[in-house]
Ligand binder design. Structure first.
Ligand code: FAD
Length: 424
């Protein structure tokens, strides 16, 4: 029976890799299509004698699926959890924002505002997210936490991330971000590339064929699914799309009903770009700084070498500056030089000793599909793993709700999709 089944996994990000791994463990014949390097949003690039994620990545101690997969792959001993320091940059200075003491010393809010913010944030964490579905962030939070606290803490961040979509984002998105954070963060010695490489090794041992081409088109004929990739047709009995949803939408639109495409696949995504600087000197004492200054388009500064040792990178201090590029926030700089020009004044405000000659190298990475917008109707039209097409399945970050997208949920979805295929 198994040799009559031929499965394609489209997309070699963490979810596609895990799905292909689980299917190949069951003895199925699997082809994986990935036009770029494996790893997707989790992919890395070489720096110093090591590798670094193009987009900052860490895991949380409660990420059970991730820790269990790492254990299974013999990588558990590479995981290290570290307490991290968080700051909030107001436009003039960076204020520590990691501990209860920091919170009570936080100058932009008075005592009453802090008490209201503190108590209601704790109440929010204990709410059932289902009760929050009807409420847009921009209406609920100012009333719940206080207008001033909302303006200082949340408004700049949600507006930088969602731009003109901000008013449509509902509270479960924010609830998930509040409840799932922890101060202790985990990373893999040698970067998350170790996980990608180990999965790739396992795929090769299990006979998975990795094809370096993008899937451009799909047709269905006589119960077979025909994928067009690299100018050739490939025939399968089952296909799992582990690509961003708009990619699946584009490829499958011809064979799906227009109503389904409109209702379930028309989800808005936001692009992100990360500028990475390798510096001669440390910039701050923080791992993560929220850039709450509304004048800057950057949303966060992540100093990776305040999380991992600088010795891992030949003494270079590594800093990410990230920005999302939603509509409504004006034009975003497009190339590295333009982004650097907007970063330098910010870096000087964050550390007055900073000088551009600290920069040993700079790297820019961007991705079109990094954050989906969970609006009011989202919950009722949540994308499903099974599609109306027999034996065609789909997983993506947009399938994750209300939890925050991430490695943990990508693994969970991949495992669910693989078991559906195995049972079909
Ligand atoms: C700035 C940033 C920071 C993040 N930080 C964290 C973090 O700290 N912790 C965490 O857990 N998560 C984090 N994430 C989220 C995490 O990276 C993602 O949730 C996860 O990597 C998604 O994996 P995926 O396989 O679902 O999708 P992707 O990684 O997007 O993979 C999809 C793959 O499909 C391929 N593809 C596209 N089109 C085609 C086609 N036509 N044919 C074949 N293949 C195709 C792409 O090349 C890509 O490799 C972060 C994300 C961003 C953007």
């Amino acid at each position: 029976m198994k040799n009559k089944v031929s499965i394609a996994v489209v997309g070699g990000g963490i979810s596609g890799l895990v799905a292909a791994y689980r299917l190949s463990q069951e003895g199925f014949k699997v082809n994986l299509f990935e036009p770029k390097e494996l790893g997707g949003l989790l992919s890395t690039f070489p720096i110093g004698a090591n590798r670094l994620e193009k987009f900052y990545h860490h895991i949380f101690p409660h990420n059970k699926n991730t820790l269990s997969l790492l254990s299974e792959l013999g990588l558990k001993e590479k995981v290290q959890f570290t307490n991290t320091k968080i700051g909030l940059f107001t436009g003039r200075k960076t204020i520590p924002f990691s501990t209860i003491i920091n919170f009570f010393n936080f100058p932009p809010l008075d005592f009453k505002q802090k008490i209201r913010l503190g108590i209601n944030t704790i109440r929010l964490k204990h709410q059932k997210w289902q009760k929050l579905i009807k409420y847009p962030i921009t209406k609920f939070l100012p009333e719940y936490l206080g207008n001033h606290a909302y303006k200082i803490i949340w408004q700049p961040l949600v507006e930088k991330k969602f731009g003109s979509y901000t008013d449509t984002v509902m509270m479960p998105w924010l609830w998930a971000r509040i409840t799932q954070r922890s101060k202790k963060l985990g990373y893999l010695n040698g970067s998350f590339q170790c996980l990608i490489d180990r999965l790739a090794e396992k795929l090769s041992e299990n006979g998975v064929r990795i094809r370096g081409s993008a899937v451009d088109d799909m047709a269905i004929k006589d119960q077979c699914i025909i994928l067009k990739a690299g100018g050739k047709n490939h025939i399968f009995t089952h296909v799992l799309f582990a690509t961003p949803l708009p990619v699946f939408k584009k490829i499958a639109s011809k064979v799906l009903s227009p109503d389904f495409v409109k209702q379930q696949l028309s989800i808005r995504y936001i692009k992100a770009q990360c500028l990475i600087l390798a510096l001669k000197h440390p910039l701050t004492q923080y791992y993560w700084i929220n850039i709450n200054d509304p004048k800057s388009k950057f949303i966060a500064l992540v100093e990776h070498t305040n999380f991992r040792s600088v010795d891992d990178y030949n003494g270079q201090h590594l800093v990410y500056l990230s920005q999302y590029c939603p509509p409504g926030n004006g034009p975003y700089p497009k190339n590295k030089e333009e982004i650097l020009n907007t970063a330098i004044p910010l870096l000087k405000k964050i550390n007055k000793n900073f000088s551009p000659n600290w920069i040993k190298s700079s790297h820019l990475f961007s991705s079109q599909f990094t954050q989906h917008v969970a609006d009011k109707q989202y919950y009722t039209h949540l994308p499903q793993i099974e599609t109306p097409l027999k034996n065609v399945y789909n997983i993506s970050i947009a399938h994750i709700y209300p939890d925050d997208r991430g490695i943990e949920k990508a693994i969970e979805l991949a495992e669910q999709a693989a078991s559906l295929i195995i049972r079909s």
